[in-house]
Design a protein around this ligand. Structure first.
Ligand code: SF4
Length: 216
């Protein structure tokens, strides 16, 4: 190997190959790409030109600039971040996200044996992942690969949730101490846990695993 970076890329490539193989074994259509730009291209290839796209809470999808790219292609997009909505409008928007032609999201974690693990506060995102008739596309940074379901849950509570608490300025202890204390806060973010052991029956589900750190 010619440089430290080359070794890192080769390691990600090998890890990406084994995790995508495991995902395929669980019924997901999975592929590994090296960069965020390649992931963006792969997502755009999977979305038909006339499709509406629902984007629930996902830093990864926004980091990649996908909402802007889809808007510039003329897609109807449903999302609830960064917009001022009444409670009724917000509830409808969450339903519209899950009823879109394509649901575009990330996963909080993926295990070495190809299981997707997610935790929600309100449950809208995990409900769309578990059940809907649309195509679902997960874009997952290599930083979210975990050995097993237990370590995936640990990662979500000790890494993803404290970062989201900081992002949202939520009044939960992990925001201050940087790890989970299994709080009983009224604003607790961890409420609904979804473990996708296999693709839900009849679902067209794609996973694009990216050889870069993305999202939380
Ligand atoms: S249970 Fe509470 S402290 Fe733990 S990660 Fe969730 S919100 Fe943070």
């Amino acid at each position: 190997m010619s440089s430290w970076d080359d070794v890192r890329k080769e390691y990600y490539r090998r890890l990406g190959a084994s995790v995508t193989k495991a995902l395929e074994g669980n019924g997901f259509k999975a592929r590994y790409v090296e960069t965020g730009n390649a992931a963006k291209e792969a997502v755009l290839e999977l979305i038909p030109s006339s499709a509406s796209v629902g984007i629930p809470g996902s830093v990864t999808i926004r980091e990649l600039g996908l909402p802007e790219a889809l808007e510039s292609r003329g897609h109807k997009i449903f999302h609830h971040w960064g917009v001022s909505l009444s409670p009724e409008e917000r509830a409808k928007r969450l339903m519209d996200e899950n009823a879109s032609d394509v649901l575009l999201t990330s996963s909080n974690a993926v295990t070495l044996d190809g299981i997707l693990v997610n935790i929600d506060g309100s449950g809208n995102r995990v409900s769309g992942m578990a059940w809907a008739s649309n195509r679902i596309i997960f874009v997952v940074g290599i930083n979210k690969v975990c050995r097993d379901v237990e370590s995936a849950i640990q990662r979500i509570r000790d890494v993803a949730t404290p970062m989201n608490a900081i992002r949202l300025n939520t009044n939960v202890p992990c925001k201050s101490v940087g790890h989970c204390v299994n709080c009983n806060s009224p604003e607790r973010l961890c409420r609904a846990l979804l473990i996708l052991e296999r693709v839900p029956t009849g679902r067209d589900a794609h996973v694009i695993l990216v050889g870069e750190a993305l999202g939380y």
